[in-house]
Design a protein around this ligand. Structure first.
Ligand code: SAM
Length: 275
């Protein structure tokens, strides 16, 4: 019988957020694949768990996944963890999960903390439909381009960001999304200095320039989606009338053209340019 791959969420700050089920799995598997074994060893020590660890990070993930899938196939169960929160969410693990699935190995989620969802749940912005964008490109040109692609996105947007880039990212967002868009910034979630700031992008941008506390620690930015577009279909009434007149008698063509364009029917009997 092959083993099971458990994808285990760990705390994003507060150690009490490690679930009892996560502890049980971490204590019971043959091996834990961790992004940083030193970091995870500290977490395990705090719970009295001494399961063997191996490293799986962005630079060895592909080759390591093959090795781990072979062990799973031989019957060993493995837990995958990242440094904080849910693995695969802006963290390593995708190659391993995809490889295990392609080999028919059972993959089980042990859910828990995720900074994106924690920040969204307290932002006070619409949650019915949202998009996780992860980290924006670090370079200014590429970042502006990505934000421009998102300008008409109607769903709530979630970004991870490095604190030292917050001021410039907010300036870009004000310029591209507009000063009045509502947003929320959560920093140091579940930790001692946890703070959530909300307001318009302009207000948050000004606050970040003034208040150096805002640019310390780990940060999630939530931005309200663009207002739903209600732009009427732009219709060239002359062109429409010409097309309708090819198919219909003048009175019927004028009636339909009037309904679609809002112009008077009497103006639409004659096709422009016709004698
Ligand atoms: N896998 C993690 C998760 O489930 O949230 C995210 C890992 S990603 C490498 C790290 C980023 O997550 C940070 O730069 C920050 O944007 C966000 N983050 C992680 N912990 C956080 C916290 N306690 N408060 C606010 N943001 C946090």
């Amino acid at each position: 019988m092959p083993g099971t791959l458990y994808v285990v969420a760990t705390p994003i700050g507060n150690l009490a957020d490690l679930t009892p089920r996560a502890r049980e799995v971490l204590a019971g598997v043959a091996l834990i694949a961790a992004e940083d074994t030193r970091h995870t060893r500290q977490l395990l020590q705090s719970c009295g768990i001494d399961t063997a660890l191996t490293s799986l990070h962005e630079h060895n993930e592909t080759q390591k996944s093959t090795e781990l899938v072979a062990r799973l196939a031989r019957g060993e169960s493995i837990a995958l963890v990242s440094d904080a929160g849910t693995p695969l969410v802006s963290d390593p693990g995708f190659d391993l999960v995809a490889a295990a699935r392609s080999q028919g190995i059972a993959v089980i989620a042990i859910p828990g903390a995720c900074a994106a969802i924690a920040a969204l749940s307290i932002a006070g912005l619409p949650t019915a439909r949202f998009v996780f964008e992860g980290f924006l490109p670090a370079k200014s040109g590429a970042r502006s381009e990505r934000l421009e692609q998102l300008v008409r996105e109607e769903r709530t947007l979630i970004f991870y960001e490095a604190p030292h880039r917050l001021v410039e990212v907010l300036r870009d967002m004000v310029r591209i999304f507009g000063a009045e868009r509502r947003a929320s910034i959560s920093r140091e979630l579940t930790k001692r200095f946890e703070t959530t700031y909300s307001g318009t992008l302009a207000q948050l941008s000004e606050a970040a320039e003034r208040d150096s506390d805002m640019t310390r620690g780990e940060i999630v930015i939530i931005v309200s989606g663009a207002p739903a577009t209600t732009e009427a279909l732009a219709i060239d009434s002359d062109k429409l009338l010409r097309v309708l007149r090819e198919e219909l008698p003048p009175s019927q063509a004028a009636k339909i053209a009037a309904r679609l364009t809002g112009r008077k029917r009497s103006e639409l009997y004659k096709v422009p340019g016709e004698k």
